[in-house]
Ligand binder design. Structure first.
Ligand SMILES: Cc1cc2nc3c(=O)[nH]c(=O)nc-3n(C[C@H](O)[C@H](O)[C@H](O)COP(=O)(O)OP(=O)(O)OC[C@H]3O[C@@H](n4cnc5c(N)ncnc54)[C@H](O)[C@@H]3O)c2cc1C
Length: 458
């Protein structure tokens, strides 16, 4: 039996596995091919929905796709790949519990994505949170909502000010959309706290470049910045974080304030797993791939070059560098769901083609632009040169992502969340207690009041 292993079931891995299991259905049924998918989570996370999940517009469970239900013809392993020894066609998997196990394979598809890129800024590691997983989105929602109960209950003006001051570092998709959604949430729920005034809520957006949302182009990015400014967001361009020890924020432009909430979205870097492989890694830490999505050395930026191919190894998405050959050349494809999903299709086709001895195809794409949501009924879009803002852009954003999230059932659940949200008040429940699920019982067992076990989220 030939074993094809997919590392990571994100935007690349999930769609590759889904398509390959259709293409190889006959071989899988006959027991000639095994398609194995390895991921530390038992679900695929549709990352563009993380800001909406943090704001409560969709249920967190509806922004993820359970692998065992969606990929029925695949073998699923729930664990982290810790090492790839491609020369021996072996890799190591660490399950949640118990010793690591070795997995042998014939072909490997490497797609562990990227991780938040932390910088050596004093206090950052202890105080900030990224937004790359559903767990982080849930934590952020509970944390932000709990700030309002803290502010409304304390008599200490410094605690109150710090609780109501929020900072997002990074003005790309993740940062601008998360800030847009959460600012909208906080402006709405403050109405339920008569002792708090909306003017006390302060949101900062700090971006090192001189623009935000480069993905939607300069005109729409400038519009997004104006809109957020109108909503009271203090946007600091050409600025970054100098330190944030104990939540005391110091910006490079000299501004200082205290904040309980520091959201770090200032860039991503290739997954650290790539350091534990014998596969070729480029100068920026990415897995080097050609436009056929084979792992290869000697590939040139912006060109269809084959390079020196590493047989049996494939890659795509955020963890790779693939030449961008479009009419919107960036040398290398940028980390985006748009590239990841389209590369996944070419990659699956090429793995199949190589399996049946056909010629491989090239990854080619036309730049179609982007859409971004900035809170309920607000957005920006620039697709096929058509620029839209406000409600229309927001509808385009929702329509696009609804069409992309995998599975009819998943689409139905997301749509149902949106419809219910339209007819009901904003959900302001925070369930921070899930972060300390066993503590009340431990308190009872120790003979103390379980309510005293309640802790601040973060
Ligand atoms: C908040 C947010 C909003 C975004 N919005 C947009 C948008 O609107 N439009 C857009 O184009 N892009 C957007 N992006 C970017 C887009 O989501 C990513 O570029 C895309 O997910 C990359 O796909 P990938 O498959 O390479 O990585 P991922 O989708 O991150 O998948 C990587 C997978 O690998 C798994 N993994 C990690 N470590 C291991 C390991 N050791 N072993 C095995 N598996 C592992 C992970 O659990 C994950 O399932 C957004 C990103 C974020 C964070």
């Amino acid at each position: 039996m030939k074993r094809i292993v997919v590392i990571g079931a994100g935007h690349v891995g999930f769609y590759v596995a889904e398509r390959l299991s259709k293409l190889l259905k006959g071989d899988i049924k006959r027991g000639q091919v095994e398609l194995m998918v390895i991921d530390p989570n038992q679900h695929m996370t549709y990352q563009p929905f993380l800001p909406e999940a943090a704001a409560g517009s969709i249920s967190p469970r509806h922004g993820v796709v359970p692998l065992r239900q969606a990929l029925k013809h695949c073998t699923i392993l729930t664990g982290a790949v810790t090492e790839i020894k491609h020369a021996e066609r072996k890799l190591m998997v660490q399950p949640y519990v118990g010793p690591a196990r070795e997995v042998e394979y014939d072909e490997v598809i490497v797609a562990p994505g990227s991780v938040s890129r932390p910088l050596p800024i004093p206090g950052l590691a202890d105080t900030a949170i990224g937004i790359k997983s559903m767990g982080e989105a849930i934590w952020l929602r509970n944390h932000v909502l709990q700030r309002f109960d803290i502010a409304a209950t304390t008599e200490d003006p410094d605690v109150r000010r710090k609780a109501l001051t929020f900072l997002t570092v990074g003005g790309g998709f993740a940062g601008a959309e998360t800030l847009g959604e959460l600012e909208d949430l906080t402006a709405n729920i403050v109405k339920n706290y008569p002792m708090l005034d909306a003017s006390e809520i302060k949101w900062y957006l700090v971006e090192y470049a001189n623009k935000i949302l480069p993905e939607v182009g300069p005109e729409m990015g400038a519009y997004a910045a104006r809109e957020l400014t109108k909503r009271g967001v203090d946007i600091r361009l050409g600025t970054t974080l100098k330190s944030c020890e104990g939540g005391h924020v110091v910006l490079t432009d000299g501004e200082e304030f205290d904040s309980d909430t520091i959201i770090w979205t200032a860039g991503v870097m290739p997954h650290p797993l790539l350091k534990q492989t014998d596969l070729p890694i480029g100068p920026r830490g990415h897995l080097e791939c050609n436009t056929r999505l084979q792992v290869a050395t000697g590939v040139e930026a912006g060109k269809h070059t084959v390079g020196e191919v590493v047989e049996g190894a494939w890659g795509a998405g955020d963890s790779t560098q693939v030449p961008d050959t479009s009419d919107f050349p960036m040398d290398w494809c940028t980390p985006s769901a748009q590239h990841a999903v389209r590369q996944a299709r070419t990659l699956a086709d090429n793995v199949y083609r190589s399996h049946v001895g056909r010629e491989l195809t090239q990854y080619e794409h036309k730049y179609i632009g982007s859409v971004a949501g900035l809170g309920l009924y607000k957005g920006v879009a620039n697709t096929y040169g058509f620029k839209a803002k406000g409600l229309l852009a927001w509808l385009m954003h929702r329509g696009y992502h609804l069409s992309r999230v995998p599975g009819t059932g998943r689409k139905g659940r997301v749509l149902a969340d949106w419809i219910v949200g339209f007819f009901t008040k904003r959900e302001m429940v925070q369930l921070g207690e899930i972060q300390a699920g066993r503590e009340p019982f431990e308190a009872i067992a120790a003979g103390t009041d379980p309510a005293r076990a309640a802790k601040s989220v973060g």
